[in-house]
Design a protein around this ligand. Sequence first.
Ligand code: URA
Length: 268
Amino acid sequence: MIKAENSAAAIARLARELRFRLEVNRLFGWQVPLRGIRLAAAASRPAAPAGKRIARRPAPAPPPPALPAPLPEGERARRLALLAALDREVRACRSCPLCQGRTQTVFGAGDPCARLMFIGEGPGFDEDRLGEPFVGKAGQLLDRMIQAMGLSRREVYIANVVKCRPPDNRVPFPVEMIACMPYLRRQIEIIRPLVLCALGSTAAKALLQTTESISRLRGRFFDYQGIPLLPTFHPSYLLRNEPDKRLAWEDLQKLMRLLGLPLAPGRR
Ligand code: URA
């Protein structure tokens, strides 16, 4: 009897898992592997090396907000003007050696009154050429992730830790991030989103000032200057590690809950 119950529970769990995977597939293009399904991908992931420290403690998931307060008149124009002035400063910036290799700076894009702000690492080849964040392959995946949440790119704000392309798309050096972080801090202060989403290890570590790995940080809410911040995997990482899209989708659903967005927009 106990055995029968166990196998019924296992089948129900498998069905739930399969439904979830199909949903991830439908929403942002992950081809569900039919063989070798891992039931407990998260549980089997190796723990991060000991001795690493989280500078900021994870905060409990914040409750969904009441109806968004209407913006005071002229607020959008005020923020646009502040962002434009900051953008001019960024264009003139020569604070670190990255300025020497840039075609142009990549400031950020989106709604200055966005409730959700994504933060990536830094411009790549396509972004450097076009002056817009996340326009290459990783950007196309980010677009699908945003759409899967029931939003569009124009409704969120997207920025990076560094505003100039590091050579060969390497991770920015600490000195480069330290030079550039004041610009990102000011962008966040101007936009003051309801929630921040750090895309990948570089953004999460820079904002939270921690050395903890992204696989330990992702999916948990932290506090960034009074704003809830949720780290998740970077879209470039997800392009190389398809199975982890399911974990990223779980993270995005946490953001959706916080923003009061319907959880299955694709089914409406
Ligand atoms: N990766 C990033 O982190 N930012 C971009 O703008 C593009 C790719």
